[in-house]
Design a protein around this ligand. Sequence first.
Ligand SMILES: [Zn+2]
Length: 537
Amino acid sequence: MKSAFLLFALLYSCHAQSISGERIRAHVKFLSSDLLEGRGVGVRGGDLATEYIATQFALAGAKPAGDNGTYFQKVPLVGVQTAPDATLSAVATGGKDASFRCLEDFVGVDRRQQSAENFDAEAIFVGHGIVAPEFQWDDFKGVDVKGKILVLFTNEPASNDPKFFGGRALTYYGRWSYKYEEALRHGALGVFIIHTTPTAGYGWEVVRNSWGREDPYVKLAPGESELAFAGWLTKDAGERLLSLAGKTVDELLRASESRQFHPIPLGVRISGTVHSRIREIDTKNVAAIVPGSDPKLSGEAVIFSAHWDHLGIGEPVNGDAIYNGAIDNGTGCGILLEIARAWAALPQKPRRSALFLAVTAEEGGLRGSEYYAQHPLIAPGKTIVDLNYDALQPVGRPTDVVVSGAERTTLWPLVQNTAKRFGLTIEPDPQPEQGHFYRSDHFSFAHAGIPSFSIGEGNTFAGKPAGYGEAVFNDYNEKRYHQPSDEYKEDWDFSGLEEMAKFGMTLGTEAGNMSKMSSWNAGDEFLPAREKSLKGR
Ligand SMILES: [Zn+2]
């Protein structure tokens, strides 16, 4: 058995050898050309990109896996932009009141996707708003918050113990998006997160800028419930609100660090009027499949994913209004297309199928991958892994690889062995407290229980001086990230992207042949979702 496995391994890594950095270059060059107008969502440039990707899948011999025998999975989105005339006020039982100005004091969105909304309800403070049975933590303590407006802090209880809320690392419980989901599960009407720079990890400007514009959401199904308002208050506005209840921000921050925390009714009603500009956006994921060779396992799959969208045409910088997104994420798409081509050309296919997914609206909040997780083409319980690629730097051959999150899955030994075979050192996440794991598409798959992570290069490059990688990444972050200058350069060296694609393809083929289905490790925050998905298998 062992020698047969080794033979397979050799066979597949040989075929991964057909992957070519120069083919990846050709895709990146086309996808990031000005003709594609920055691959915006719901506009012509993005539509051209999806047609190109579908055509490349077809040329590779990968079969359509989308709606009605096409390569496309329609993703209905709704753009919601809060009008600046939104009003918000709070009145205490004793009659004292406070009012808050849109953008100056608060931001937020009507998650019911309505053009007009009025709300008026009792406010209750719920600490961090977390229910985490595996850490014996419950901020709600069974208190009924139905129809109420929750006031809370983002982030999670402080910890240096890796077994308690991931230690220094941020878990999903600490992310603001989790707060809104948990509030909805409790039947709340709305939520206000009181911003502080330490709990958010960034200043109010970041909150204000990212919430003051149109954001796309997956269109609600008829009858689906959502929060009437999901918002943030500045720390000052939070102080004014809490003072109506005789409390302070610092006092409640301290209280919310305790496992004994119990929700605190504030004796205040919060009311608001919110108008929103609502716009339907039609966009799509592009999906192709190469069926597996084992009749029993071909209903299961390995997923490779990369988002195709970027920011489209926007505010000009130095006279250039096209946000080309060559690195972000022309590179991931180029790798995805090249792996699909090499996989479809394998003379002996792996036992499981391979699903290639170019997802939409990542820049709008991982919406394409979120929609996929809600409407999977292969059930999550039948998906062994998602390997995602997002924004790689074509600047030479890395000697290390970043696969953050892989260490939390049962695929870890396979990942370690594969890295060893490629002579790659695995570099740990340098800033786990920033929660980068929750900001790229693999997270949507993880949220549905699928063992998922992104593959990227580390900081060290062969033949380059120490500090080269860091300098490259810093330069990109400051001068090109999400700017019109994220453009293709003829002098780019694609040898590293070739290596990252070969590494992912080898990992994928091996996962495609494993007898045992994968999972998240014991105690992991995604294990409950995994167990649920495996039950339905
Ligand atoms: Zn990206």
